[in-house]
Design a protein. Structure first.
Lengths: 304, 546, 323
């Protein structure tokens, strides 16, 4: 996120700043994006170190400790439930930590595959133009307008349920959206003199696409990528809520809100509240982070 | 807090008393008037009881129709107490060696459009159910295979001639789906008219059905049961999500739900509203069954299947699951408490997986798996995408199997592909299946475990079971019946472990305490005419205001 | 201009046909059908004869190719058929829910506009101040919350709050009464989902208002206005806001179109008898005809709104027409 004014300032101050100072400066200039970054970082840490952070096996049912309130000790003698337990006596804290793993797996995989596939299609569509572009754009129209739930249901019904299937269901609608945005940026780049020049000296299509066009559509691509991260987590939650997502006993935030969570909303409010909060905070963080990326990359929005 | 809890306990006890003690209450004077708002968790596919099988149709539509006979509305918890609805006097005893039933039909009954009801209508109705013409559907035709012919010699008499004497005839006639239609409607409009139109002679008259929202009915002023119904009308509101139905009762938007809530939901309601909530509870004629696919290795090996059954701690499961799911009672293949079914003591001593030493059972399970060479078996449990009780029980089973070293993954499918997988594609390892019948009729219900029964999806053949079942059907002597029943049960659960029982369902109905006169039955299909229900107006005003 | 409109309209056709083919295929890839589900017999014996009759009646026993031809013929003659579940005409099933979905779309759009415009303007005017950060955080929180979770919290809040303040718990009505029959009853049911949805949808509109305002505030004529010494309030209200409106109106129009397609999840939580709930039900019941019609409705609304937006931009910017 090196903006021009930073480099000007560092010219004036040749002394190297410490990392802490840099962070402090970033936090002042982009407090929301910074906060978002911290949330994202925390999630990554939770996901990577889940086995060391979680006090319990997230899938181990323990019927002696059903719906224990937050901050209680286990009736079995050992263990402490920081956020309470669910209807199967499973530790919510551990499930939320492991849930970060599921959320990030779904979020990153869907966002990265979706945006890269969209990048490829968008650039190709713009570069080749003609009938290829026309037909591809019509296909993209179809997928953009198509309701996600039908796609998800078909995928679940054909391939079964599970994290990987949820990723497929979520990735498919991302591809056309990214392709559409990338294509319109690439269309502008295509007309640039240097692309003509590359073509005239006989470079192949692949080389022109990857070396000359793709790097110039990085800004919209990154904006889409970061926007997809938060969205994927929300979509996973919605699909799980409709019973089409990740299945028991896998720890996943959306799944934790489904079924029992509503029934016990009152007598055991911790069951719906903590996973819901986890989703909200995570998506909030990703969106703040994404906004900061957008601000940094989109020249029209950059503060003047 | 304490007083609330005691009140709660009291209301549960009262509810149980209601369910068990027949007709001991309702001594206070019934009041007339008011509209009952009930919430229904399933959609109405059509109005035709003869082809449908969902309570989503029974709850809103049943009150518009009459039956020939029915489960006694004053004693619905009894599985053997049937009374006349459109017939007069007691349910007739058969003559001609049990092969002829003669019903005297009530006079002066009219359909909603004013047409008088005669025996011809009853004959036409049962002809449609038992002998539908080519191209006309009838979902329960198979229940009436014993009927040879139906006659209506005069306006007041209907005679059923059976091919052979059968103990399942009367319970089958009493099934709440057997709406009596007017012959005139069938003649004039054809056999499909009732799918989209309503003309019945029940306690309520049809007013409107707004698709997806509600069905409403008003009191039938000419209803033939003296003094009934008490209500001016009712409104059956569609609400597919359980949490919505629960919140609606709590938030004053509905008075009652007839299918059943999980125990925690009951506790929440009682905690929030205290004595404004009445609770009735009952065993439920529905059961979840583990169905291994015998065509898939290693589930063709009885030792593996027995190990799966042995791993399940049913008593422990009952204790815990009954706090979070609509299951509770440990039972064999017959409805618990029915005279023919096995007692808990018998099951504990004689059936695998019911013994009280859980650790010993599990050791035995591990040995069996070792013998079969499948110690660390990995497989998928196919389940239906419905939370209560399927997914709760499924998650519990996986945990039980984990305890004997098995690695089981749950494969949940929405209802349509679930049925397709279970019934036609058969590409599962082990599946949860269920049996949920209206009238309690164990001898008919256990055909679920019969390889040739048409509803057994574990895909195997066993001549011994077939022979036992035929013998059981043709035996009149109760002692002999019990003996054959036990042999059949042992064959299914022990020798073959072809399928096995998890826990029987448990029906819990919390509702607003101003709703009076309703009695719980062991099935959510039964006793749904609403004619006995009345509203305590003073209490209603107290709870919901003007 | 007219030739551009005609060209744009012709492009809509392949999209609609493509979507029609896609929904047809995806639905048939799911094993089982409506008859198997409907006559499943609650786990007991299901009469195979009855299931066969049902499949025959609905044409499900036909080879898939014939089913497809039949469907496409119906599609082009605008004969959508009857629901496979209720046997009511599909148009009637949709018609019943359309009023509710339209009403909630209007209400939610109003809520989102009421939230988005002032917040977006304030946020732009106070760019990079704590006020701006707070407004942005507030609006992003709206999209970060799962809509059903917000719905659950609202209902719980109403139940607990009403019991605490008025002594008896209250929740919004769960059956649909049209607004002209009983406005009070109707609004007391729909205001809550409208608030939840409007808040959620205000996020994008707020962001759009903010960035459009920022852009306009840096235009020359605004600088001129400032130089003339006009006070900031007048500049924002008279000069900037008016010119920032076009993209904002566009985004609100697109959101309205999305809302019309039904609120799949929110309608579940509040038990609203709208298109979203109908959609979920028709999908879970494998009601092919109804699902196909609903998908086509959603797709048609989507492409139509995009078409209108394109036309509007082409009208405003003639260069687009000749591109």
């Amino acid at each position: 996120m090196a903006t021009p004014d930073i480099s000007i300032e560092s010219d004036k101050l040749p002394a190297r700043k410490t990392v802490l100072q840099r962070i402090g400066r970033l936090a002042r200039k982009q407090p929301l994006g910074f906060a978002g970054g911290i949330v994202v970082l925390a999630m990554v840490i939770m996901a990577v170190f889940a086995p060391w952070l979680a006090p319990f096996d997230p899938e181990q049912a323990n019927f002696a400790d059903m719906l224990v309130p937050p901050g209680s000790s286990s009736n079995m003698g050992e263990g402490f439930f920081l956020l309470g337990t669910d209807q199967f006596g499973r530790d919510l804290f551990s499930r939320i930590i492991y849930g970060a793993r599921t959320a990030l797996t779904v979020g990153f995989t869907a966002a990265i595959i979706g945006s890269f596939a969209g990048l490829a299609l968008g650039v190709a569509s713009a570069y080749f133009g003609g009938y290829f572009d026309l037909i591809l754009q019509r296909i993209i129209d179809v997928f953009m307008a198509f309701p996600l739930i039908i796609m998800a249901l078909a995928i679940v019904a054909i391939f079964g349920t599970g994290t990987d299937k949820v990723i497929i269901a979520i990735t498919i609608p991302f591809i056309p959206r990214c392709a559409r945005v990338v294509r319109s940026s690439a269309l502008a780049v295509r007309e640039m003199p240097y692309v003509d020049a590359a073509r005239s000296i006989g470079y192949g299509s692949a080389r022109i696409i990857f070396r000359h066009i793709a790097p110039n559509v990085v800004a919209p691509f990154l904006i889409m990528l970061t926007a997809f991260l938060g969205e994927a987590i929300l979509l996973e939650a919605s699909l799980s809520y409709l019973g089409l997502g990740v299945q028991e006993p896998t720890p996943a935030w959306g799944l934790m809100l489904q079924g029992g969570a509503e029934e016990y909303a009152e007598s055991a409010p911790w069951v719906p509240i903590f996973p819901g909060l986890a989703i909200t905070v995570a998506v909030f963080g990703f969106n703040l982070f994404g906004d900061a990326v957008r601000d940094a990359l989109d020249p029209r929005l950059r503060s003047r | 807090m304490k007083s609330r809890l005691t009140r709660f306990a009291a209301s549960v006890v009262l509810g149980s008393a209601l369910a068990v003690g027949a007709g001991s209450i309702s001594t206070s004077a019934q009041e007339y008037g008011g509209e009952l708002r009930l919430v229904v968790g399933s959609k109405i596919p059509s109005y035709d009881g003869h082809i449908e099988s969902t309570f989503g149709m029974i709850h809103p539509i049943r009150p518009f129709y009459s039956m020939l006979i029915r489960v006694n509305p004053d004693n619905p918890s009894s599985p053997t107490d049937f009374v006349c609805d459109l017939c007069v006097g007691d349910v007739p005893e058969p003559t001609n060696d049990g092969k002829t039933y003669t019903f005297k039909i009530r006079q002066g009954v009219t359909f909603q459009d004013g047409t008088p009801l005669t025996s011809a209508d009853i004959k036409a109705t049962f002809d449609k159910i038992a002998f539908p013409p080519e191209g006309v559907a009838s979902n329960r035709k198979a229940y009436f295979k014993m009927i040879d012919s139906i006659e209506a010699p005069d306006d007041e008499t209907v005679v059923f001639n059976l091919k052979f004497a059968s103990g399942t005839f009367i319970p089958s006639v009493a099934m709440p789906f057997n709406f009596i239609y007017a012959k005139k409607d069938l003649d004039e409009h054809g056999y499909k008219w009732h799918q989209t139109n309503i003309n019945g002679s029940g306690p309520f008259h049809f007013v409107e059905h707004v698709q997806g929202s509600h069905v409403s009915g008003v009191k039938n002023p000419n209803y033939y049961h003296e003094g009934k119904p008490y209500l001016d009308g009712y409104r059956a509101i569609s609400a597919p999500k359980m949490s919505v139905r629960l919140q609606a009762i709590r938030g004053g938007q509905a008075d009652i739900e007839f299918r059943g809530f999980p125990p925690r939901a009951r506790d929440d309601l009682v905690k929030a509203l205290g004595d404004q909530i009445e609770v009735q509870e009952s065993d439920w004629n529905c059961v979840l069954i583990v169905t291994p696919n015998h065509k898939v290795k290693p589930f063709d090996d009885p030792r593996v299947r027995q190990a799966l059954s042995l791993a399940i701690d049913r008593a422990g499961g009952s204790k815990y699951l009954s706090q979070i799911a609509i299951v509770k009672t440990v039972g064999g293949i017959g409805f618990p408490g029915h005279p023919i079914s096995s007692t808990p003591e018998y099951l504990e001593k004689n059936i695998i997986g019911y013994g009280s030493d859980v650790e010993a059972n599990r050791e035995r399970a591990k040995e069996l798996l070792k013998e079969a060479g499948h110690e660390n078996l990995k497989f998928t449990l196919h389940n239906r995408g419905v939370d209560q009780p399927y997914k709760v029980v499924g998650t519990w089973l996986i945990d039980q199997w984990k305890r004997i070293g098995l690695d089981v993954e749950q494969w949940v499918q929405p209802s349509t592909p679930f049925y397709a997988t279970l019934r036609t594609k058969k590409d599962f390892d082990v599946s949860l299946d269920f049996n949920c019948q209206a009238v309690v009729n164990p001898i008919a219900d256990i055909s679920k475990f019969l390889p040739s029964g048409g509803a057994n999806y574990s895909d195997f053949e066993d001549q011994q079971l077939e022979d036992l079942y035929i013998e059981l059907l043709q035996t009149g002597d109760p002692a002999k019946q019990r003996e054959l029943f036990a042999a059949y049960e042992k064959r299914v659960l022990n020798d073959l472990a072809s399928q096995f029982i998890t826990l029987w369902w448990y029906k819990i109905n919390p509702y607003r305490s101003y709703v009076k006169g309703w009695k719980i039955a062991p099935s959510h299909y039964l006793n749904q005419s609403l004619e006995n229900i009345w509203i305590d107006q003073a209490e209603y005003k107290k709870q919901l205001g003007g | 201009m007219y030739s551009y409109i005609v060209k744009r309209l012709l492009i809509l056709l392949p999209t609609l046909i493509g979507a029609a083919i896609l929904v047809f295929l995806l639905l048939r890839l799911v094993p089982g059908d409506v008859c198997l589900l409907r006559f499943g017999g609650e786990g007991g014996y299901a009469d195979p004869e009855q299931i066969r009759l049902c499949q025959e009646r609905l044409g499900l026993d036909q080879p898939i190719f014939f089913q497809f031809v039949d469907y496409m013929v119906g599609f082009f003659t605008l004969d959508l058929g009857v629901s496979m579940w209720t046997a009511q005409p599909v148009t009637e099933e949709i018609g019943i829910r359309f009023g509710l979905s339209l009403q909630i779309a209007i209400m939610a759009t109003l809520v989102s506009v009421i939230i988005a415009l002032p917040l977006g303007v304030i946020s732009a005017a106070k760019q990079n101040t704590p006020t701006d950060y707070f407004v942005r955080a507030f609006s992003i929180a709206g999209i970060a919350m799962p809509s059903f979770w917000l719905g659950i919290l609202i209902i719980l809040g109403l139940l607990i709050g009403s019991q605490a303040f008025f002594g008896r718990p209250w929740m919004p009505p769960i059956d649909y009464v049209p607004i002209w029959v009983d406005p009070w009853y109707n609004l007391s049911a729909l205001i809550w989902p409208a608030l939840a949805t409007g808040y959620r949808y205000s996020a994008v509109a707020t962001r759009m208002t903010r960035s459009a305002m920022l852009e306009v505030l840096h235009e020359d004529y605004v600088r001129t206005a400032r130089a003339k010494g006009l006070i900031e309030k007048v500049i924002i209200n008279k000069h900037a806001l008016k010119n920032a409106m076009l993209p904002v109106v566009t985004i609100i129009g697109i959101e309205f179109a999305f809302l019309m397609g039904g609120l799949v999840v929110t309608e579940q939580v509040f038990n609203l008898n709208g298109l979203g709930k109908l959609f979920v039900e028709s999908v879970t019941q494998s009601d092919y005809t109804l699902t196909q019609a609903l998908v086509m409705l959603v797709v048609a609304i989507f492409v139509l709104v995009n078409f209108l937006v394109d036309i509007m931009y082409a009208w405003l910017d003639p260069r687009i027409r000749y591109n």
